[in-house]
Write a protein that binds this ligand. Sequence first.
Ligand SMILES: [Zn+2]
Length: 297
Amino acid sequence: MSSDSNHRKPENRGNEDSTPETASSTTDFEPPEIYAHLLAPADKMCWWCRTRPATTGEHKYKRSSLTRLMDDRQMLVWRDGKQRREIRGKSGIKRDRYGVIKFPKSLCAPCNNDLSQPFDIAYDTYAEHVETHIMRIMPVVDMGSIYESDWQDKSLDLARYHAKHFGCRMAMDRIPIPQSLRDFMNGAQDMDDGQMVIISTDSVHREYGRGMHISPTMAIMDRERTRFIGCVMASYIGSMGIRYEWVADGIPSDQRSQFFHYEHPTINFFRNNEDMIFQKTRKPGRFARFVEWINKP
Ligand SMILES: [Zn+2]
């Protein structure tokens, strides 16, 4: 995680600025017909336990966060590239007429409510911190100050909250959900084919300010279109997000870096969501570099 220049870009420690070699140089987005045959069959079972029927939809944005962010005259604007939806006020959150707030049903009630409760609690603590602090000027996130002595367990729970969120998105998009994501939610401490880093994206900061935002999902196929070989997505509170990347063939441990393994995980800065997808980080801002410099051993 330090001097080796072969490391893939998103980092959780160390902030050396370098130009990333992007795996895929083509940024052509394929029409959906091209990968229809690769999609997982539409499933009525809970994607996490796979034993009980899917009767509930996870919130895309946590209601507690939304109600904190909105008073009754405010409006949440949501966009997925094609559509633009607006939710007016807190009553609009409750109604969720267009399925903006919740994912389609893909989890059973025990998984969505009871089993993931510690994840929700860890997320709430983190979300409240993000909403009340200016974090994107710093080079790192201080998990110790958010979770105190519990930071190791709570950071894992925060990551598992995001694992659940990303799994629901994959279920919605019918991208096969990696077993490592389930194992991680069931208590594994790492994922050998997945990685999560903390990010901040300038365009999201400009456009959404204090709101919440979900990046587009980017799934990557092999050249012969026989399988999905990877997937990238992010979820934001304001401009602060968690980026998840799955690589079907695995990410070697010396190139893998998980934010939840560090008390002070690095913030990876991107100019926009496309750079975020292709791992083109920008230098941290001046203040962040200054803080880094004074903290140098
Ligand atoms: Zn379940």
